[in-house]
Every structure is written in structure tokens, then in C-alpha cells.
Design a protein around this ligand. Structure first.
Ligand code: ADP
Ligand code: MG
Ligand code: MG
Length: 371
């Protein structure tokens, strides 16, 4: 975009920044929002992040920002004893607009928010070492613990039924009704549909009986990808970021989704299925870190629910990729025609690996839960 720089500067002018912004750079590897880094002329002035909120996913920016404000405010009180500098490293700081609003809506109807940039940090797309996995588990565990005394009902439900297996199954059924021919009849699709059907009763039962009815509704992150954690130079966790999806939910969802991405030694869209095996040491390290921080507040049924999350989240992800493939890719960006099918197949391979190693994973979870 030709005038992107000018556009960003003109948007930034609506916010209560210190100093004069002199540099704009695209930033980060997030897939949802467009993120820009803003630097000021004077050394010592803070740097900022300006983010365009994805309006297709989040049509209600006011609700989104209300949630974020509530969560950040709560976390700030938890870190207050460390002093202002640490507070601003441990949680996101929203920079209000000059009208004291939490976001700015431009003439095109796009919504923008500004955050303080946390200096000397980085995020990692793929976990490399058990030490990093441990740090991730500890960070997301601490995040849930710090929010455990904030009433979940105070948050808006931005994405209703986000981790609801019945909702994902309904979406798949609707896709099959609207697209009875086309991709639906491909043998690979039929094979996956059968594999999903075989597991449906168990997954729905686990969802209801092992997670929803036995766990308290809490505030969870809902997008526990590893790159939503900022680390310092020594890979120590600094701050959990990307609070767009923070909503009421169950801890098993956050745990299962984190494991889904961490334990896979292949890529999420790996066409070579033999690459997809389990990295058990990373599972062990994440679980250890998580329970170090979360062990103190989790109820016994919640501890037991974690294992079910490990199966449910990949299962739901297969349903989502498969639905998107059958519907000719309206949701996930694709790089080639069968991309969503390849993703679904890769995720299914992961699920079968998880199934084959169930006893081992359960043993590890019990071991750390008991310690
Ligand atoms: P998305 O929803 O698109 O993933 P994120 O909020 O995760 O958006 O931001 C994208 C990337 O920008 C992050 O992965 C991280 O590298 C970087 N980032 C986000 N917030 C901050 C911050 N406050 N300080 C430093 N870097 C940040
Ligand atoms: Mg992100
Ligand atoms: Mg996000």
C-alpha cells in the first residue's frame, strides 16, 4: 500500500502518545490483526503498537476492548507491588484516544487500538526446547490463576460457542447439506468424515461430562498459541498477549489447544504425515510448568479434565478445517486448493498419535498433578 505510512501516522495522531512518532514498521507474525510498530524521535520515549482490529472476526470492537480493559486492569492490580515499570512489562497497557476512548474508528469503519510496546522481548512461533515449553505452561497457568478471582460473567462472549464440539459438528452438517456434491464426495473427505463420526459420541460425552458439567466457568485465554507469549532474551516469560479472545470458558480448552500446537513435531499443514509424531518431552515440560502455576487453584475435576481437552481440541480443529474445505475455504486463508484438506489430514494424524499414546500422556499428567 502506497500511503500506508501516512495512514498509520494519521491514525496514531488520535491517541494519547508521548513524543512525536517518527517511524512506522509492520510488526509481528499474527494472523488476525494488522500490527504496526511506532517509534518516537527522542530516545527514552516509549514505543507503541497500533493494531487494526479484524472486523470480520470481531464485529463489536467496543465489547472486545471492554473485555481487554477489564482483564488488563485486573492484571495490573496483581502486579502493582512490583512497580509501574514491571506492571507495564507484565501486562498489556492500552493507550486511550484523545477522547479517552479505548479505540479509534476511522472513516472506512476500521477500528484501531494502541498498546504500549514491551521492549526487549520476542515471541516464538515454534517451541524449540523443553525450557521454552515450561515457560509457556507457567505463563498461561499464571495468567489463568491471576484471573481466577475476576468474575467470568463480567466479560462479553465475543465468539459464542467458540470451543463447543456440538457447534463445530453442526457447522460440518450444514456444510454437507449446502455442498452435497463437489469436494464432499472426494474419497479423502469421505474417509475423514467417517473417522469423525466414529469418534463423535465419545467426544460429545467427554465435552459435556468430563469438562463442561464438572468444571467452573473461568476466564481463559482461548488462543494459547506459543507466539502469544512475549519472552525476554533469556526466554523467560514476560507477558501473555493477544487478549482478543479472552472469554469465559474451561481450563481444559486452553490446555488442549496449547498442547495441540506444542506436541506436534510436524507442521500444522504438513503434507508429509510421517513428520507428525509426538514430542513428549515438550508435553511433559509444558504440563510441569502449567501445573506449577495452576495446580494451586484447579479443582480435582479440572485436573482430570485436562487430558480430555488434549483430544477434544484437535478433534474440533479437524472439524473446522474439514468444514472450511467442503465450503471452498471461506474462513482460513489457503495457499493452494487442497490446503484445508491437508490441514485436516495432518490434524487427524496428530489425533491418532495422541490416541496411541494416551496411557503415557495420562501418566505424565497424573505425575505432575500429584506433585
Ligand atoms: P494477532 O491476533 O494478529 O496474532 P497479536 O496481538 O498476537 O495479534 O500481535 C502480533 C505480534 O505482535 C505478536 O505475536 C508479538 O510478536 C507482537 N506484539 C503484540 N503485542 C506486543 C507488545 N505489547 N509488545 C511487543 N510486541 C507485541
Ligand atoms: Mg497473536
Ligand atoms: Mg489474536
Amino acid at each position: 500500500m502506497e500511503n500506508e505510512n501516512d495512514l498509520i501516522l494519521s491514525i496514531a495522531a488520535h491517541f494519547q502518545t508521548e513524543g512525536v512518532i517518527s517511524q512506522v514498521k509492520r510488526f509481528g507474525s499474527g494472523h488476525i490483526n494488522d500490527t504496526f510498530r511506532l517509534d518516537t524521535e527522542k530516545v527514552g520515549d516509549p514505543s507503541y503498537l497500533l493494531q487494526r482490529i479484524n472486523r470480520f472476526i470481531f464485529p463489536e470492537p467496543q465489547h472486545l476492548m471492554d473485555n481487554m480493559d477489564l482483564v488488563c486492569g485486573h492484571l495490573q492490580t496483581k502486579f502493582a507491588h512490583l512497580g509501574k515499570e514491571q506492571v507495564q512489562r507484565r501486562t498489556l497497557t492500552i493507550i486511550p484516544t484523545k477522547h479517552s476512548k479505548l479505540y479509534h474508528e476511522d472513516a472506512q469503519g476500521d477500528s484501531w487500538r494502541m498498546l504500549l510496546l514491551i521492549e526487549n522481548t520476542h515471541s516464538v512461533d515454534l517451541v524449540r526446547s523443553p525450557a521454552q515449553a515450561y515457560a509457556g505452561g507457567a505463563a498461561f497457568g499464571a495468567f489463568q490463576r491471576q484471573l481466577a478471582d475476576l468474575e467470568a460473567k463480567k466479560l462479553h462472549v465475543l465468539l459464542p460457542r467458540f470451543h463447543d464440539v456440538d457447534y463445530r459438528l453442526e457447522n460440518l452438517r450444514n456444510a454437507l447439506i449446502t455442498h452435497p456434491m463437489g469436494r464432499t464426495v472426494e474419497p479423502e473427505v469421505q474417509k475423514l468424515l467417517q473417522a469423525m463420526e466414529i469418534r463423535e459420541t465419545d467426544m460429545r460425552r467427554d465435552f459435556i461430562e468430563r469438562i463442561v458439567t464438572v468444571s467452573p466457568l473461568r476466564i481463559i485465554h482461548n488462543d494459547t498459541k506459543f507466539n502469544n507469549l512475549l519472552l525476554d532474551q533469556d526466554d523467560r516469560p514476560q507477558c501473555v498477549i493477544d487478549l482478543d479472545t479472552v472469554m469465559p470458558g474451561y481450563v481444559a480448552f486452553d490446555f488442549g489447544d496449547a498442547i495441540r500446537t506444542i506436541i506436534n513435531s510436524g507442521q500444522e499443514d504438513d503434507p508429509a504425515l510421517e513428520n507428525i509424531t509426538l514430542n513428549i518431552p515438550l508435553f511433559e515440560a509444558y504440563t510441569n510448568g502449567y501445573l506449577q502455576e495452576a495446580g494451586s487453584f484447579l479443582t480435582e475435576p479440572e485436573m482430570d479434565s485436562l487430558l480430555y481437552g488434549v483430544y477434544l481440541l484437535p478433534y474440533m480443529q479437524i472439524l473446522r478445517f474439514l468444514t472450511d474445505y467442503i465450503e471452498y475455504d471461506p474462513y482460513y486463508k489457503t495457499e493452494y486448493p487442497s490446503h484445508n484438506l491437508v490441514r485436516a489430514q495432518a490434524q487427524f494424524k496428530l489425533l491418532t498419535e495422541l490416541e496411541a499414546h494416551r496411557t503415557r500422556l495420562q501418566y505424565i499428567l497424573h505425575q505432575f498433578a500429584a506433585s
